[in-house]
Design a protein around this ligand. Sequence first.
Ligand SMILES: Cc1ncc(COP(=O)(O)O)c(C=O)c1O
Length: 411
Amino acid sequence: MIWRPFTQEKTTHPAIKVKKGEGAYLWAEDGEKYLDMISSWWVTIHGHAQQEIAHAIYHQACTLEHVIFAEFSHDPAETLVKNLKKNLPAHLCKFFFSDDGSTAVEVALKMAYQYFQNQGMKERKLFLSLEGGYHGDTFGAMSAAGKNSQYHATFSELFFNTASVEAPEFYTGVQAIEEKENRIIQELHEKLSEIGHTISALIVEPLIQGAAGMRLYRLEFLEALVKTVRQYGILVIFDEVMTGFYRTGKMFALDYTQIIPDFLCLSKGLTGGFLPLALTVTTKKVYEAFLSKDPQKAFLHGHSYTANPIACVAACKSLEILLRQETQQRIAEIAQFHKNSFVKNVHKRRTLGTISAFDVSSYEEAHSLANAALQNGILLRPLGNTLYLLPPYCVTDEELAKVYDVINKYL
Ligand SMILES: Cc1ncc(COP(=O)(O)O)c(C=O)c1O
């Protein structure tokens, strides 16, 4: 009866029914235990059923489960925003709530577009994106990723037009990367000198394209890209839905650079994997472009569950746990463990913070490796021919060692 996401129901095995989660583990109904090495689609940053978050949720549910967020506000949302703000560049100071990564992106796209429309710059109708990017499965998010997306080809005729830039993939042993980056930036200049005035925003996953296969690109390229587009008055959207909350080793990927984007999209790890919640954070300059006596100039966008108080307390507690010294230390240790780990007979070995990835020669081999891992009680989920580890921060060195051992034995 259940139709699963991202699943070819005809060829896949029946779902494993999970009864319980604790820390890095999931327990199936048949008694098998699985080490969740992908944090259940990158959300459970502290591991499963984290008790402090669970209790915070219970108390909030007994006090105020939900309230319309237009005329009303509440402490959980205000506290969350106040605490997040302390961890962001001062310019990122206006917080718009939504429900998941895709809607955080939709909000950023719509705000960027309307920012120009409200000021009479009607020609800025295009978006610019990095080839291979992934920003979610709603129409705006799909369109923004471009027509060549490996996930959304079926719908591409329905997308709005976007311009794209090649992403210069970086990995151990890559050759002539600087030449490649320079060429791409040069070509971008040429393109923007013609169409730059028609683009409202650049959207990128900073430093690493997640669903594209954990593909890294260099900070130097990100900085050159942003510098270039800003010369043409184009706004910048950082989609940190995957990279946020220390996934890359720092709170946000933007902390690796001096760049302050005009929009920051957050979700996934925001509530520690307990509840759907998202934020699009922007600047005072953007916010003020929506202030008017004309109601049509307001940002007329919202969702029924916007800023749900239970999700907000989960996010407050998750942030508190994240900032603890022991969590910070563990994140640094996981990053070091990945860096020191050897994986034999693979291509394009790469790590960034708590993410570790490599490619095998085919899609079939990747799936065969993931199946072998599952037989050994390890949950991996390949992206094409890429295998990656993206563990919850409670994972131990012994557990990581077991995972690398199983992978190497298979390879
Ligand atoms: C970078 C990025 N943006 C947006 C999304 C969409 O998030 P959601 O699945 O919560 O809609 C994802 C999901 O993987 C993502 O990785």
